[in-house]
Design a protein around this ligand. Structure first.
Ligand code: ADP
Ligand code: MG
Length: 329
């Protein structure tokens, strides 16, 4: 073969590399009332767009099932029938509730999807003028308690024992949606990508250049400054912070994460980042650590396999679980 023959072959090979090189395509959307960044690695933008469109459908489907704001959701039907009757639900919702109760047990009730009836006394939308009284706070937990969520596996029903009891997936729903979307895209054949649901992030595969995906941890004291860049491979990382939804009374900041056992919002922690195999678990644990506090929270994380945590207290001090090292320079 002479060079004249080889050149076109080489050229076309080179062109195919240029045109069909895999690259990440990212789209930002508002879903489930939050910002979602969906990144898929694909050969071309047409394919990437179609993957992202199907992912959006999947997230909307999940929202219709678990949203407690949507009166038509099965979750709202469970809430409407609290103290009245069990409600038949899809197996998917049944199992999410079952796992949520499992996390309540794992965290001694710090995490509790039945926190939702407390939303009448603490409001984090700027409308609170006064601190609730101690009596009001105490009364607010009367309808809270994962022990009163009755599951009937055989009939796939959920019953909230007392009237006025409510469940909500504010602390686990985005993580769940991120995991489901990832599985959905993996099944569609997408080799690699990132789902970032407002800080609830899950990844699979690698970047087209072969590197792991990396996550930047930001310091809540200085949001523009990343203080660590960590690789994540086929896992999830979730950050919960006290800097978006909170109220302040007498110079003390109370976050939107409430201790279901006392009715008091958590304080003392600025941000919690949890690394775990699934975004659902990481999401729920990040919320729980706020409630459990630094010592108990980190201790609990150290007992869980494949779960790590970076915590920043309200003075800016950084703490980590035992098996993680970060360079905070
Ligand atoms: P964000 O969604 O703001 O990142 P989280 O994942 O920590 O933060 O979830 C906080 C939300 O979880 C609250 O807005 C509320 O809806 C709900 N929630 C608050 N306290 C608890 C709790 N102790 N257990 C379960 N859910 C909670
Ligand atoms: Mg959470």
């Amino acid at each position: 073969m002479n060079t004249m023959n080889i050149t076109p072959i080489l050229l076309s090979l080179l062109l195919s590399v240029v045109c069909f090189a895999q690259q990440p395509y990212k789209r930002t959307l508002k879903l489930m009332g939050s910002r979602f960044d969906i990144t898929v690695v694909a050969d071309d933008s047409i394919r990437a767009n179609s993957y992202i469109a199907t992912a959006v459908n999947e997230i909307s489907r999940i929202e219709k099932l678990i949203s407690s704001w949507d009166a038509a959701s099965q979750t709202s039907e469970i809430n409407r029938n609290s103290g009245i009757r069990p409600v038949k639900v899809d197996i998917e919702l049944f199992q999410l509730i079952e796992r949520s109760i499992g996390i309540s047990k794992m965290t001694d009730g710090a995490f509790d999807i039945s926190y939702a009836s407390m939303d009448t006394i603490w409001k984090f939308d700027g409308s609170m003028a006064n601190m609730p009284t101690a009596d009001e706070i105490k009364a607010s937990i009367a309808k809270v308690g994962f022990q009163h969520i009755v599951l009937d596996k055989e009939n796939s029903t959920v019953f909230l024992r007392s009237k006025g009891m409510k469940i909500g997936f504010g602390a686990i729903g985005k993580g769940y949606a991120a995991d489901k979307t990832k599985t959905f895209l993996v099944d569609k054949g997408v080799p690699s990508g990132i789902i970032n649901a407002s800080g609830d992030m899950t990844t699979w595969g690698k970047q087209p250049n072969g590197d792991s995906w990396k996550v930047a941890l930001t310091n809540p004291m200085d949001k523009n400054k990343a203080f660590a860049l960590l690789p994540i491979t086929n896992g999830a990382v979730v950050t919960s912070g006290n800097y978006e939804k909170f109220v302040e009374f007498n110079n003390k900041r109370y976050t939107h994460i409430i201790d279901p056992r006392t009715g008091w919002p958590s304080s003392g922690i600025s941000s919690v980042t949890v690394f775990a195999p699934s975004a659902e678990l990481a999401d729920a644990l990040a919320t729980s650590i706020f409630v459990m506090g630094k010592e108990v929270g980190l201790d609990r994380i150290d007992q869980l396999p494949k779960v790590e945590c970076v915590l920043i207290d309200d003075k800016g001090n950084v703490f980590t679980s035992n098996n993680i090292e970060i360079d905070t320079q």
